[in-house]
Design a protein around this ligand. Sequence first.
Ligand code: PMP
Length: 393
Amino acid sequence: MEHLYSDRVKQLKASEIREILKLTQQPDIISFAGGLPAPELFPIEEMKVVTQKVLSEMGQEALQYSTTEGYDPLRTKIAKRLLNVGIEANKDDILITNGSQQGLDFTGKIFLNPNDVVLCESPSYLGAINAFKAYECGFKEIQTDNEGMVLSHLEEVINHTPNAKFIYVIPDFQNPSGRTWSEARRKGLVAIANKYNLVIIEDNPYGELRFEGEMIGSIKSFDTEGRVVYLGTFSKTFSPGLRIGWVLASPNVLNKYIVVKQGADLQSSSISQRELNQFLEMYDFDAHIANIKKVYKTRRDLMIETIKSEFPKEAEFEIPSGGLFAWVKLPNHVNTKEVLVKAVENKVAFVPGGSFFPNGGQENFMRLNFSNMPEEKIVEGITRLGKILKDVI
Ligand code: PMP
C-alpha cells in the first residue's frame, strides 16, 4: 500500500520521545525523559467531588455535543487568568483546544504550504517540530542566548527567507532549554514581526510555573498589530489527561482556528471542560499551582546540586527559574544517543538533545526532566548518569 500514502505522511517518522516513553513505563527505571507532571499532585479527591457535581447538576449537557469554541464559563475564566501574563482578553478571543498540541497542529494547517519555512529557536520543542513537519515545511533555526532569540540573527535569516510564515517561540522556561526571554527581546520580536509582516506563535505551557524572580509579560501582551497567536494549556498546571488547552488570537485569525477545529474534531470534550470549570469555581487554583511550584523547585534544586557534584566538570548547564526541564551541554564529541543506550542499561533515562534541533547536527545535549521523579530517585538517577558521563568524556 506504500504508494497510496500521501507525500505528507511518507516523510513522517515515529517520534523519538514516544519510543523513549515506552521504555520509561518499566517500573524500575528512573526516568528524566518525559515531560510529565508529578502525578501525586493531581487533585484526585477534588475531581471526584467535581465530577459528581457536574453529572448531577448538568449531566445531560456534559454528555452532549456542544459548541466548537468551547464552554463559555471556562473561556471567561481563562480570559481573566490571562491577566497574570499581562493579556487583556475576553472569552470571544479564546478557542478551547485538545491541549496546546492541537493548537500547534492547527497552526501548521492554517499557515503552512509545502516548502514554507518556520523560524524557531535553536533548540525547539520536538512536538511542535513534528506537528509542523506534517505540513511539509522547512525550518530555519535561530541562534539563542540566555535572553531568548538573538534578534540580529533572526533579522538576517528573515532577509534571506522569503517563504517564512511564522516565528515559533516558547519564551518561558523553554522546552528543552529551560531558558526565559527578557522583556527587551520580547518587545524586539514583536517589532521584527511587524516590520516583516510575519506571525508570532507564542507557546506558553510553563509560564505559571515560575520558582523565583518576577513574571515577565507575555509576548502577546506587547502585540501591537494582532499578529501574535498565544497557545495556553492546563496540562502542566492541572492535568494533561483532561486535554484542555486554548488558542488566543485576534478575531480573523481565531476564526481560521475555529473552522479548522470544526473539521478536525468538532469540539473539545464537553465533560472535561465542565469538570475543569467546576474545579476552578470550587477550589483555589492559585494555591494548587503554588503547591506544584514548591515541589518542583525542591526537585530542581536537588537535580542541579547533584549535577554539580556528580557530573564531569565539562558538563555545562544553566539553572532554569521555572518549568520542568534542565538542559545540559557536553563536549562536542559526546553523542548523547549513545549515552542513552548505556543509561538505559543502568536503568535511567533522559532525552538526547539532537531531536530538538530540527535541522540536526547537535548530538551533545541532554534534556532532563525534574518534575516527575521523587527526590531520592533524582539523586540516584543523576549519580548513575554522572558515572556514565565520566566514562565517555
Ligand atoms: N508546547 C510545549 C512547549 C510543550 O512542552 C508541550 C507539552 N510537552 C505542549 C506544547 C503540548 O502540551 P499539551 O498538548 O498537553 O497542552
